[in-house]
Write a protein of this length. Structure first.
Length: 144
């Protein structure tokens, strides 16, 4: 029996999705979230958000498509940092390789969301999708 799983986006399809959006001003509790921001469940506007896909490389049975854990390596060739609003959105790199993609019916923008798990905490994070920042950066060759 085939499951109706969310679509998996790569850099090209993610950029195309962002370019097709026509965001409007939104007054939802998330705010602009141009860089990664923590968001509590009570601030997550569930009624107006719809999951449209994922950047995760998981296969239908939950195993990683590559047979290994996704990298925790980040992609910052211009010296940006994780929380920067100018940090590139590189789907193969952390934290994007652990993201789901949501559409907001109120403002018509797309949002990326992942959950950070620490030793004693769970932190949901959100970032608005910006087409200008999406890059198709390949992972470094492990043999190099």
């Amino acid at each position: 029996m085939a499951l109706n799983l969310p679509r998996r986006f790569d850099a090209q399809s993610l950029k195309a999705l962002a370019l097709a959006a026509s965001p409007k001003s939104c007054q939802c509790p998330l705010g602009p979230c141009s860089g990664w921001e923590s968001v509590t469940e009570d601030r997550w506007p569930t009624p107006s958000l719809t999951a449209v896909g994922s950047l995760r490389a998981d296969t239908a049975d939950g195993d990683q498509a590559s047979g290994s854990e996704p990298t925790f390596e980040e992609f910052h060739p211009q010296g940006t940092r994780y929380e920067s609003a100018l940090a590139p959105i590189a789907p193969q790199f952390f934290p994007y390789n652990r993201c789901d993609v949501f559409s907001c019916s109120r403002c018509e923008r797309f949002l990326l969301r992942y959950t950070e798990f620490g030793g004693y905490y769970v932190d949901h994070r959100v970032r608005a999708l910006n087409a200008e920042l999406v890059v198709d950066a390949p992972l470094p060759d492990a043999a190099a």
